[in-house]
Design a protein around this ligand. Structure first.
Ligand code: ZN
Length: 330
C-alpha cells in the first residue's frame, strides 16, 4: 500500500528519525480526518518489515509484510472500540469505549518476545476512547514496557487523555493540509465542489470525501427505491457495498417510516420533497407488508454491524424490500 496523503510527506520524514529511538509510547495527535490512523498503520508496517526500502516504507514483499496485509502479524495489535469490530456478540450493546479488558487482553502479547526478534507495535485508536480504567492499565504497561514494544496512540482530542499518560508518550503532531492542497486532493478524488465540501467538513479532507461519497450513495438508493418494480438489486448492492451498512439501513428505515406515515396519516417526515412519488407508491400497498418491512429493517440494523459480506447483505435486504412493496392486487 505505502500510500501517504500528499500532505504527509514531511511527517513521514520526521517519523524516520524516530525509528531507532527506544521510545515506548508515541502520541499521534492532530485535527480530525487528516489521515492520522493511516499514517500510524503505514509506520507500523514499515517498522515490522524485514527489508524496509530506503525511504522508510515497507517492502510489501517479505513474510512480515504479507502477514501484515492478512491482518495476522504476530507482532502487531490494533485496539479500537468494540462497536467498530465485527466480533462483539450479537445482542450485546456494542461499546464506544476501549475497555480495561481490551488493554488487559494485551498481557499475553506483552509477555511474548517478538517473533521477528525486533519490534512489536500496538496501535490504539482513538486513544480518547479508553475509559479511565483502561487508561490506567495502559499506564502500567508504559511504565515497564517490554523491550522493542511500541505503543502508538492516535487522537484528535489529546486534552481528553490522562496527563500521566501524555507525559509517558512522545507527542508527534501531524500536519493538517492547507486548504489549497486539500482542495486539489478532493478534486483528484472526483469530488465536484471540492472547496465547498472541504469547508462544510470543517476543513477535514477525509471527512469531506466520506460525506460527498455518502450523499452520492443516499441519492442512488432513494432514486432506486421509488421504483421497486424496476429496481436493479444486484447493481444497487454493488454500488452501495462500500458505504457503511448501518448507514444504508438507516436511510431505508427513514424511507420506510415515510411510506407508513404517508399510508396511515398522509404525512411525511424525512422526504418532504418526494411527496407525490411516495403517495403514488404506497397507494396500492398493503399496510401489513409495510409493517413487516419495518420489522425486517429493525433486525437488519443490528445485523449490519456484524456483516462480513456487505454485498450479499444488501442484496437480501433489497429483495425483501421489492417483495414487500409489491402492489397487493398482484
Ligand atoms: Zn516487507
Amino acid at each position: 500500500m505505502n500510500e501517504l496523503y500528499p500532505w504527509q510527506k514531511d511527517d513521514w520524514t520526521r517519523l524516520q528519525s524516530l525509528r531507532s529511538r527506544a521510545s515506548q509510547g508515541l502520541l499521534f495527535q492532530g485535527q480530525k480526518g487528516i489521515g492520522k490512523l493511516e499514517l500510524a498503520i503505514n509506520y507500523a508496517r514499515a517498522l515490522l518489515c524485514e527489508h524496509p526500502l530506503d525511504d522508510g516504507f515497507a517492502c510489501g514483499k517479505c513474510a512480515a509484510c504479507h502477514w501484515f496485509e492478512q491482518g495476522s502479524h504476530p507482532d502487531f495489535r490494533f485496539l479500537q472500540p468494540e462497536s467498530e469490530t465485527e466480533e462483539s456478540d450479537a445482542g450485546k450493546k456494542p461499546s464506544r469505549q476501549i475497555s480495561v479488558d481490551q488493554i488487559r487482553g494485551l498481557a499475553d502479547f506483552m509477555g511474548m518476545t517478538a517473533h521477528q526478534g525486533g519490534r512489536r507495535v500496538v496501535i490504539i485508536h482513538p486513544a480518547e476512547a479508553m475509559n479511565a480504567n483502561a487508561a490506567n492499565a495502559l499506564l502500567k504497561n508504559l511504565e515497564e514496557p517490554p523491550a522493542g514494544l511500541l505503543f502508538i496512540l492516535v487522537t484528535h482530542k489529546h486534552q481528553a487523555l490522562l496527563p500521566t499518560l501524555l507525559s509517558r508518550c512522545l507527542a508527534f503532531g501531524l500536519a493538517a493540509p492547507d486548504a489549497a492542497t486539500a482542495t486539489r486532493w478532493l478534486a483528484a478524488q472526483g469530488i465536484k465542489n471540492p472547496a465547498d465540501a472541504l469547508a462544510v467538513s470543517g476543513f477535514s479532507p477525509l471527512q469531506a470525501l466520506q460525506s460527498a461519497n455518502g450523499s452520492d450513495a443516499r441519492e442512488k438508493l432513494l432514486c432506486a427505491v421509488r421504483q421497486p418494480q424496476t429496481l436493479d438489486v444486484f447493481g444497487l448492492a454493488e454500488a452501495l457495498q462500500k458505504t457503511e451498512q448501518v448507514q444504508v439501513v438507516q436511510w431505508l428505515q427513514q424511507w420506510c417510516h415515510d411510506l407508513i406515515s404517508q399510508k396511515l396519516a398522509g404525512r411525511l417526515r424525512y422526504h418532504p420533497d418526494s411527496e407525490a412519488a411516495i403517495r403514488e407508491l404506497v397507494a396500492p400497498l398493503d399496510p401489513l407488508n409495510l409493517a413487516r418491512l419495518q420489522s425486517v429493517l429493525q433486525t437488519a440494523k443490528t445485523e449490519s454491524q456484524h456483516t462480513l459480506n456487505p454485498k450479499l447483505f444488501l442484496e437480501s435486504l433489497l429483495f425483501t424490500y421489492c417483495q414487500l412493496t409489491k402492489p397487493c392486487h398482484l
